[in-house]
Write a protein that binds this ligand. Structure first.
Ligand code: PMP
Length: 309
C-alpha cells in the first residue's frame, strides 16, 4: 500500500503531502549526506496520543548532524514542536499511533563532495505496523548472520544515524530476505556480533546471563536498547554490555531485537538453528510486555518518557 498522510513539515512549514518534494540535484540524493530519525507515537490506554522519548530522538538527530557537520537551520525545540504539530494537525488520521520520520539533508545547489549547500529538513508521519510483522512480535522471527560486515569506527560514524550508511543495512536486509529469512544480524570486522540491520540485539545465555554488545562495538546507540537496559536493571536483573560470538547465539536460550520500528521482536531461529525452545522466552517476554505497557502510558515509573500530543 502507498504511504500517505495529509501534511508534511518541510523547512519550517506544513505543506500538503504532494508538495513534499525536492529537486533531483539534491546533494544528499547523490552522496548520502543526510541524517534521520524514526520515532513512534502510541495511543495510550486512556485514548490519548503520546510520542515515546521524543526529546532523545531529536537530540540524536542533532548529534548525527553535528558528526557530519551538517548545519541545522532549526533548533531542537523547533523540531520537537514540528513533530508534535504534525501529529496534532492529523490527530484523527493517527488516532491509533504514528511513525515519525524527521530527516535533514544537504539540499541542491553545488555538486561535488566538497560542496556545502543549505540543509533541508522535513518531518513526515505515517501509520506503520509492526516492522517485522505482528506474527514476528508474537512468535519470533528467523534471522541470518549476514555476509556483509557492520561498519568500522574509522570508516563510518557509528554514533550517527546517517542516511548513506544505510546502504550497508539494505544490502544485509535484502540478502537475508531473499534467502528466506526475516532479518539480518551483522558482525563487526573482528567477527563479533554487532546488531541487526535496523535493530540492536540482546541475548540470554544458558546461565541466564543477559548480554548486549557494548557501545564500543559498531552499533547505533539505540534508544530502545537504552530503554530495555533500564527496564531490565530496574527489575533487578544484571545485563552485561560485552561482545560475543555468533556461535554464542546458536547455543543461547533467548535472543530479542530492539528498535523503534521493530519494538521488541524475539528471534526464534538463527542460521537454521532454533534458539532455546524455538519460541519467545521469559526475559524477552518480560521486556516486551513492559515496553508495550510503557509506551501506552501504563507504567507510571516511566511516564517521563512520554510526550502527549
Ligand atoms: N541499529 C540500527 C542500525 C538502526 O537503524 C536502529 C533503528 N533506528 C536501531 C539499531 C535501533 O535504534 P532505536 O532503538 O533508537 O530505534
Amino acid at each position: 500500500s502507498v504511504l500517505r498522510a495529509d501534511q508534511i513539515w518541510l523547512d519550517g512549514q506544513l505543506v500538503k503531502w504532494d508538495e513534499g518534494q525536492v529537486h533531483v540535484m539534491t546533494h544528499a540524493l547523490h552522496y548520502g549526506l543526510g541524517v534521520f530519525e524514526g520515532i513512534r507515537a502510541y495511543r495510550t490506554h486512556d485514548g490519548r496520543l503520546a510520542v515515546f522519548r521524543l526529546r532523545e530522538h531529536i537530540q540524536r538527530l542533532f548529534d548525527s548532524a553535528h558528526i557530519c557537520m551538517l548545519k541545522m537551520p532549526f533548533t531542537e525545540d523547533q523540531l520537537v514542536d514540528a513533530c508534535l504539530d504534525l501529529l496534532r494537525k492529523q490527530k484523527d488520521l493517527f488516532a491509533n499511533g504514528a511513525y515519525l520520520r524527521p530527516v535533514a539533508f544537504m539540499g541542491d545547489g553545488a555538486m561535488g563532495l566538497g560542496a556545502v549547500n543549505p540543509t533541508r529538513v522535513a518531518v513526515t508521519a505515517w501509520d506503520w505496523g509492526a516492522y517485522l510483522g505482528d506474527k514476528g512480535v508474537r512468535e519470533g522471527i528467523r534471522a541470518k548472520v549476514s555476509s556483509f560486515t557492520r561498519m568500522h569506527v574509522n570508516v563510518n560514524m557509528v554514533r550517527g544515524k546517517i542516511s548513506g550508511q544505510y546502504v550497508n543495512s539494505i544490502l544485509a536486509k535484502r540478502e537475508a530476505v531473499l534467502a528466506g529469512y526475516d532479518e539480518a544480524i551483522l558482525l563487526d570486522i573482528s567477527g563479533f556480533v554487532a546488531e541487526a540491520s535496523g535493530e540492536n540485539i540482546f541475548m540470554v545465555n544458558k546461565k541466564g546471563v543477559i548480554k548486549t554488545p557494548p557501545l564500543s562495538s559498531p552499533i547505533l546507540d539505540g534508544i530502545t536498547r537504552d530503554t530495555v537496559l533500564k527496564m531490565l536493571r530496574d527489575s533487578g536483573r544484571v545485563v552485561d554490555e560485552v561482545t560475543f560470538t555468533r556461535d554464542a547465539l546458536y547455543i543461547c536460550n533467548e535472543i530479542f531485537l530492539t528498535g523503534t520500528a521493530a519494538e521488541i521482536t524475539p528471534v526464534r531461529e538463527v542460521d537454521n538453528r532454533s534458539v532455546g525452545a524455538g519460541k519467545p522466552g521469559p526475559i524477552g517476554t518480560f521486556v516486551q510486555e513492559t515496553y508495550f505497557r510503557t509506551v501506552r502510558g501504563m507504567e507510571p515509573r516511566y511516564a517521563e518518557w512520554l510526550t502527549y500530543v
